[in-house]
Design a binder for this molecule. Structure first.
Ligand SMILES: [Zn+2]
Length: 114
């Protein structure tokens, strides 16, 4: 991966974070969103995936130090997440301009030429 693409990839995490945090319901979380692998409430939490992702990729985690492969994989998880939360309306519009669809397009572009 070129340094330029890597930089773009890291920028794309910004939106993914925002999007995933928005969708999380933390009022009832006993750990305020910090995944705890020894608490079985975390294992069975319906927000498990979002939570684990956030704890791997929030601003405190230095994305710069991650490998290209790791970055790609984490971003693809976020893509699945954003994608599965879009209503069919977005998918049927071929050139949807909403921020979700724009973001998905950008991710595809960066991953497509790296
Ligand atoms: Zn859209």
């Amino acid at each position: 991966m070129t340094a330029q693409n890597r930089e773009k990839l890291i920028e794309l995490f910004e939106f993914a974070r925002k999007r995933i945090i928005q969708s999380m319901e933390l009022r009832h979380c006993p750990h305020a969103g910090f995944y705890n692998s020894v608490d079985e409430r975390c294992l069975y939490c319906h927000q498990g995936m979002e939570c684990i992702w956030m704890n791997h990729n929030d601003e405190l985690v230095a994305l710069e130090q991650k490998s290209d492969e790791d970055l790609k994989q984490q971003l693809l998880i976020a893509v699945d997440f954003v994608d599965s939360n879009l209503s069919p309306y977005h998918l049927t519009r071929r050139k949807c301009q909403c921020e979700n669809c724009q973001w998905l397009k950008q991710v595809n572009e960066v991953l497509g030429n790296s």
